[in-house]
Design a protein around this ligand. Structure first.
Ligand SMILES: Nc1nc2c(ncn2[C@@H]2O[C@H](COP(=O)(O)OP(=O)(O)OP(=O)(O)O)[C@@H](O)[C@H]2O)c(=O)[nH]1
Ligand SMILES: [Mg+2]
Length: 108
């Protein structure tokens, strides 16, 4: 992602209403969290959304499939986070991870 800091999870936002300057207050917002394996994506998602997605320990990659968090509200907006397998995963290539994310987002 241009301008991103290496090793930091990045977010890709997807809105369900038509694109215009201001966000509607009842807008459903979906944000995909992406980044290197072990960088804390799932921990962040669990903390902010109250979800209980599996967190890793040690050097082995943890999240192996794209998963959806619980809904939560922030500033009156409904938000869902999408957890993703980390880049530099010990079992899946970055290309396959991007394909999994694209396939998931195209169906939601
Ligand atoms: N010290 C510290 N450890 C963290 C932090 N966030 C996550 N961890 C630890 O880092 C390890 C990996 O965290 P995960 O949330 O599973 O990382 P991930 O990015 O989801 O990893 P993958 O699913 O493999 O891509 C766990 O042992 C966490 O407890 C943090 O902010 N500080
Ligand atoms: Mg994870």
């Amino acid at each position: 992602m241009p301008g991103a800091e290496p090793g930091r999870p990045e977010a890709m936002m997807q809105s369900n209403t038509s694109a215009h300057a201001g966000l509607e207050i009842d807008e459903e917002i979906t944000i995909a969290i992406m980044g290197a394996t072990g960088s804390g994506k799932t921990t962040f998602i669990n903390t902010i959304s109250g979800s209980n997605l599996q967190v890793g320990n040690g050097l082995k990659s943890c999240t192996s499939a794209v998963e959806r968090s619980c809904h939560f509200q922030l500033f009156g907006r409904n938000i869902t986070l999408i957890d993703t397998p980390g880049f530099d995963d010990t079992t899946i290539s970055d290309t396959d991870i991007l394909k999994m994310i694209a396939a998931y987002l195209s169906t939601t």
